[in-house]
Design a protein around this ligand. Sequence first.
Ligand SMILES: Cc1ncc(COP(=O)(O)O)c(C=O)c1O
Length: 342
Amino acid sequence: MKNVFSFPERAVGCLSSGGSVSTLIAFTAARDKFKIKNEVVPKSVVYLSEQVHHSTQKALRIIGLEDVIVRYIPLDDCHKIKPDALIALIEKDKAEGLHPFLIVATAGTTDTGTVDPLNDIADIAAQQKLWFHVDAAYGGFFILTSKKNLFKGIERADSIIVDPHKGLFLPYGVGAVLVKDGNAVLHSHYYTANYMQDGQNEELLKSPANLSPELTKHFRGLRVWLPLKYHGIEPFIACLEEKLLLVQYFRMKLAEQGFCLGPEPDLSVSYFWYPFATDADEKNKLLMEEMHKDGAVFLSSSIISNRFVIRMAILAFRTKKETVDEAVEMIDRCLKKVMLNS
Ligand SMILES: Cc1ncc(COP(=O)(O)O)c(C=O)c1O
């Protein structure tokens, strides 16, 4: 994974249960590197997009940073962080005597499939000397596809998380975290005890127990290694490319049915809504309910820019063109029902 994301050899990492636990590990390292403790907490500032996955805010709370100041960075029409707005916020906070320490960008947001401008954000983090974290839990492995250019700058992050149980289609329970500063990770995770004395090893950074909250842990390595060993990486890349094509196909079909679409997605998640002349939110909710009752294909909803929208998140290895065709037929059926009843 260090090779995939062009991380240096000195970076450390471990396999975790998933993105949420990986985030805890990365944020704890950032917290300890910047010595964010006790009375410093309420003056410390974290910069997020409102499109971050909720495991970000949850991790801050769990690791004792509930009282940090969270700044939501303005986004552009494609839901990407605006770098100029980010600099302005940081400079203002510094001028007011606050302690900015962490910027979180996302490479593949949950609701909109957006990749933030990673290289621009890396520039800002470097200039301002802040920790740069990239949540690539969902989108990270798309770096292996034709979308590679979108990921420029990810190699400059201080920490990244990426989930083989998402982008490599593996069984649930396999996430990964990479952190460049091994000492920052050891600070909070290295511990020993008398009964551990026979297991001491000079190479502290090689033991997963020193890099994560877990001691006894599941043999996740096998679940990642074996399929890669058996199939090679090519079928995984082909499968990711397929998901990119499927979301485009889905959007084309929906446009033909008269749906409004969210902006062109960077990856394989997008959203749509029907432009009902009146009570659009209420009627799109009814449409969603009809789809759940129908049950042919599962789609979920969200709220984006204060609008009720329906999400198409295409990443399951079982999602094929036939599945999208089935979804399009289902949507047509359900739309007719909603129109008939309203
Ligand atoms: C962008 C992103 N980050 C983090 C997570 C959390 O990952 P997990 O469910 O593996 O804890 C998810 C999805 O669940 C996600 O889409």
